[in-house]
Design a protein around this ligand. Structure first.
Ligand code: GAR
Length: 222
């Protein structure tokens, strides 16, 4: 790969960590100029921590109960990430809202993935919200995190159809398959220095090949 030094990625995860796994697999498979150097969780039993362990990646549990305030908790997160010289923070099923202090510390260096086409259906249960609303297409979004809930500048989205007989589980599975594609892709674009943020707009330098639709049901842009 052209880039000799790997971008140091820290992942925040609260749960099963399948997006974390997709990022690790892309990295270990030589598809990313990036390496996950630490996984931090607010849940001691998060399977994401077990995935980290299996891949020889440092896993850190930060106990919210051990912190006097949200500010103190986020300071502990910043310390854990800084200790590992993290350059890009990836939220992967991280179920807490970050403080402004955290966002400011890593401004435009925090990515999040959300299982809906933002700005529709932010917050919890994006797939359930989409089904309830009756939309015909949904998908997933990778964006830079800002102080709001799922409101930051959008990097990549993937679109999938919603079928009449979908349950929350079938729709979530269809979307998740694309989450696992667009998150590593967004990280790679960042690692290549091709993402530029101006206000709400993220532009991506590069070839049209990166904007091509993928096979199957979904469509990814860029
Ligand atoms: C993913 O679907 C992710 O998009 C979602 O949680 C799931 C985590 O799965 N995130 C949010 O809803 C954030 N608002 P994972 O732990 O298997 O990656």
């Amino acid at each position: 790969m052209a880039r000799s030094r790997l971008l140091r990625v820290g992942v925040l995860a609260s749960g099963r960590g399948s997006n974390l796994q997709a990022i690790i697999d892309a990295s270990e498979g030589g598809k990313l100029n990036a390496a996950v150097v630490v996984v931090v969780s607010d849940k001691a039993d998060a399977y994401a921590l077990e995935r980290a362990r299996r891949h020889g990646i440092k896993g850190v549990f930060v106990d919210p109960k051990g912190c006097a305030s949200r500010q103190a908790f986020d300071k502990a997160l910043i310390d854990a990430l800084t200790e590992h010289q993290v350059e890009l923070v990836c939220l992967a099923g991280y179920m807490r809202v970050l403080t402004a202090a955290f966002i400011n510390h890593f401004r435009h260096r925090v990515m999040n993935i959300h299982p809906a086409l933002l700005p529709s259906f932010p917050g919890l249960h994006g797939q359930r919200q989409a089904l309830k609303h009756g939309v015909k297409f949904s998908g997933c979004t990778v964006h830079f995190a800002d102080e709001g809930v799922d409101t930051g500048p959008i990097i990549i989205q993937a679109v999938v159809p919603v079928f009449d007989d979908d349950s929350e589980e079938t729709l979530a599975a269809r979307i998740l398959r694309y989450e696992h594609q667009i998150y590593p892709r967004a990280i790679q674009l960042y690692a290549e220095g091709r993402l530029h943020v101006r206000g709400r707009h993220v532009t991506c330098q590069g070839s049209e090949a990166d904007r091509a639709p993928t096979e199957g049901w979904g469509y990814i842009h860029p």
